[in-house]
Design a protein around this ligand. Structure first.
Ligand code: C5P
Length: 393
């Protein structure tokens, strides 16, 4: 199943390290080439000889035991198709999240440009520690895959969440990542996300509840399929692909139009404010004696429509989103014609269980030839894959 695949397993110093001997066997049985690196602490729980025999390869530990001309951390990172760190201790997780490279394993992980699967295992108090949770979040935001620990009896004698997840879970996720077809490789996909922020004065603004989650899910999915992704975002995210932070509709327009000519596909998932304040005060506006005040608004550019009008290549695919609270399909049909885009992804924002801020969505995909496809309620990560499948087959 994994013939020709190079898997790099990183073992850190937790009691669950002994379980990884079996994981190595599972990968070997699937015909993968396995290399193991350990932190020095991991060797308190498993021996180098065991790992060497099971993986049928040298086991790397110290950073400066250079055998060849190529620096080890670069050559390990270059050879592998995927890195699996299991068990990942709280200590190593915190180093990975903060770019600390104080041993061979952390140095390789830092230099690694493909996917890293991290399977934490630790005492439940450590797992719940807010700094550890922040570091887990940081790694997840940066596109690393975290396989959450399970609850149960822990080696330290307590019951709680912290046990290494099942070896089958690690194995299956590795296979899934390695089998994800890189069918978007060579394609440049520009995606916008989040609600635009339209300033009123130096402290106030107009915006909307868009969380950016749908656009981020699309960018992650496109990146996983090998696309060259540029995410133009109003929300702060750290990703393994390029993220350009913008605030207002005007800034977003400049950023997207700057990428248009070289883009194969543009997906406008952002919730762009239709209006902005006509005048932005560069100081805080004072409260007045009046009970009512009026802020004059002017129309923002319709970025999506502008992109469709300006496109010079017929092969460029432009995708819009629309959020409607009534007559979803009727309004979406009118919108796709009015905007001139190739696909329109329509959401019903009157429902509380999907859409804004939710991790779930249920959308209808309309295409320019009148085709309509409904996707049932699912996680935004799954909806994103389906949308890309619809666009690129
Ligand atoms: O017209 P409406 O706001 O419903 O259209 C939604 C689609 O148009 C979304 O893809 C959104 O990103 C885009 N849009 C835009 N510029 C605007 C308003 C919306 O590009 N000023």
């Amino acid at each position: 199943m994994l013939s020709g695949k190079n898997i790099l397993i990183g073992i850190t110093g937790g009691i669950a390290a002994y379980k990884i001997c079996e994981l190595i066997r599972m990968f070997k049985r699937a015909n993968a080439n396995v290399r193991v690196i350990c932190t020095p602490n991991a060797l308190n729980f498993v021996t180098k000889l065991t790992l060497q025999n099971l993986s049928q390869n040298d086991v790397g530990i110290e950073e400066f035991e250079l055998k060849e001309f190529k620096p080890e951390h670069i050559s390990y990172a270059d050879e592998a198709d995927i890195m699996v760190i299991a068990p990942a201790t709280a200590n190593t997780i915190s180093k990975l999240a903060n770019g600390i490279c104080d041993n061979l394993l952390t140095s390789i992980a830092c230099a690694f440009r493909k996917q890293i699967i991290i399977a934490p295992a630790m005492n439940f108090g450590m797992w719940e520690n807010k700094f550890i949770q922040e570091n887990i979040q940081k790694l997840q935001n940066a596109g690393r895959i975290i396989l959450e620990p399970e609850s149960g009896y822990l080696a330290c004698g307590y019951e709680g969440k912290g046990r290494l997840c099942k070896l089958e879970t690690i194995f299956d996720k590795t296979v899934e990542v390695l089998k994800t077809e890189k069918n978007l490789s060579g394609k440049k996909i520009v995606i916008t996300c989040g609600g635009t922020i339209e300033e009123i004065d130096s402290v106030r603004y107009i915006s909307n509840y868009s969380s950016g989650k749908m656009g981020i899910a699309l960018a992650d999915a496109a990146y996983a399929q090998g696309a060259d992704v540029i995410l133009i975002s109003t929300v702060n995210v750290i990703k393994p692909y390029r993220v350009e932070k913008v605030k207002s509709a005007n800034e977003m327009q400049i950023a997207v139009e700057g990428e248009q000519n070289s883009a194969d596909c543009i997906i406008m998932a952002a919730a762009v404010a239709d209006y902005r304040a006509k005048n932005i005060a560069n100081h805080k506006l004072k409260k007045t004696k009046e009970d009512e005040i009026t802020i004059e608004l002017v129309k923002n550019p319709d970025i999506l429509k502008g992109l469709c009008e300006k496109r010079t290549s017929n092969s460029q695919i432009i995708v819009g989103f629309c959020a409607e609270s009534e007559d979803l399909i009727k309004n979406a049909k009118e919108k796709i014609l009015n905007k001139g885009c190739d696909y329109l992804i329509a959401n019903d924002i009157s429902r509380k269980d999907i859409g804004f801020s939710s991790d779930f969505n249920e959308v209808t995909i309309l295409d320019r030839n009148g085709g309509i496809k409904q996707l049932p309620r699912a996680a935004k990560t799954e909806i994103a894959k389906e949308i890309l499948k619809e666009i690129y087959g």
